[in-house]
Design a binder for this molecule. Structure first.
Ligand code: CAA
Ligand code: NAD
Length: 293
């Protein structure tokens, strides 16, 4: 465990919040998880339990570790319940307005010494930090999805982030047994600056009729050895998140090469947000995913 950090608060109990809770609890941290939706918190606890149980059945975890890990994760129904945490990690929807609102509500409740981190995929750390009462204790800790499986975490300093904050974050991430890569604070950092234009291009390839969903994903899986096709991966990330990241790249770098594909916009407008919504480039409601185009 990282010296000064004992308790971690997580805001946003979606795919990422649950994954972060999972790895923190197994590393020995006490975890409090908050969401605007109580149902989402319940779902997150069930997801973590299911994923830990699968790790047990695959021999990656002892049953006693699962029990201990689960006992360390507690729901935080109100933002005020996070007042005692040493590190708060914001992992809510990729929308700057949502994140700013959370920080405005969270900061007055937070211990003044606590570090505040965001798991944003793309938004300026400096700009988010400037909306808080602690820009020097604010940092980007960017986990990859699925958190329990992916080895990388990007660390991003804002302009005001103090060295002690960075070093504490580095120690914390190392204690989770993840590898760190440091990115400067530019739109979408390193992984998503490279990955999302590739996914967006795959959606253009579909939009222009060059290939079907199946043809595109098969091509990239077998032709480039990617573990998932780009459309399957877009569904896995969440199409709302993909669109937000492209919008941040487009606005932040002012280059037309980042324009979000209109077909991506259409899927998001339909509420077909990918796996988490049951439908995206594939329909997940049956036994096997079926391409929607
Ligand atoms: N949560 C927890 N564990 C999961 C999981 C999930 N959602 N999905 C799969 N796993 C685990 C499985 O339980 C399995 O564990 P065991 O080895 O103990 O059996 C392991 O991962 C491998 O899973 P599978 O054998 O079922 O499936 P797979 O071999 O197809 O691997 C995958 C699944 C690891 C997700 C793989 O398909 C993959 O690497 N996909 C690409 C993921 C990727 O690119 N992530 C980055 C997205 S971008 C991002 O995160 C940044 C952003 O800001 C958008
Ligand atoms: P998600 O849609 O699965 O979950 C978002 C959660 O935030 C939901 O449970 C929602 O109820 C909650 N939320 C929204 N507004 C809130 C508020 N005001 N207060 C409390 N909770 C609120 O999204 P996700 O995929 O978990 O992504 C979360 C963050 O992690 C985003 O910033 C995203 O860019 C980033 N991220 C996502 C991925 C990915 O592959 N999905 C990877 C790395 C980072």
């Amino acid at each position: 465990m990282a010296g000064s950090i004992k308790t971690v608060g997580i805001i946003g109990a979606g795919q990422m919040g649950s994954g972060i809770a999972h790895v923190c609890a197994l590393a020995g941290y006490d975890v409090l998880i908050h969401d605007q939706s109580a149902e989402q918190i319940e779902k997150a606890l069930a997801t973590v339990n299911g994923n830990m149980a699968r790790q047990v059945s695959h021999g990656k975890l002892e049953e006693a570790q699962r029990v201990k890990g689960m006992s360390r994760i507690r729901p935080a129904m109100r933002m005020e319940d996070l007042s005692g945490v040493d590190l708060a990690i914001e992992a809510a929807t990729e929308d700057e307005t949502v994140k700013r609102k959370i920080f405005a509500q969270l900061c007055p409740n937070l211990n003044p010494e606590a570090i505040l981190a965001t798991n944003t995929s793309s938004i300026s750390i400096t700009r988010l930090a400037a909306t808080t009462d602690r820009p020097e204790r604010f940092i980007g800790i960017h986990f990859m999805n699925p958190v329990p499986v992916m080895h990388l975490v990007e660390l991003i300093r804002g302009i005001a982030t103090e060295n002690i904050t960075f070093e504490t974050a580095r120690e914390f991430v190392a204690s989770l047994d993840k590898t760190i890569t440091v990115s400067e604070d530019f739109p979408a950092f390193i992984v998503n600056r490279i990955l999302l234009p590739m996914i967006n291009e795959a959606i253009y390839v579909l939009y222009e009729g060059v290939g079907s969903v199946d043809a595109i994903d098969t091509a990239m899986k077998l032709g480039a050895n990617h573990p998932m096709g780009p459309l399957q991966l877009a569904d896995f990330i969440g199409l709302d998140t993909c669109l937000s990241i492209m919008q941040v790249l487009y606005d932040g770098l002012a280059d037309s090469k980042y324009r979000p594909c209109p077909l991506l916009v259409k899927y998001v407008e339909a509420g077909w947000l990918g796996r988490k919504a049951g439908r995206g480039f594939y329909d997940y409601r049956g036994e096997h995913p079926v391409p929607t185009r």
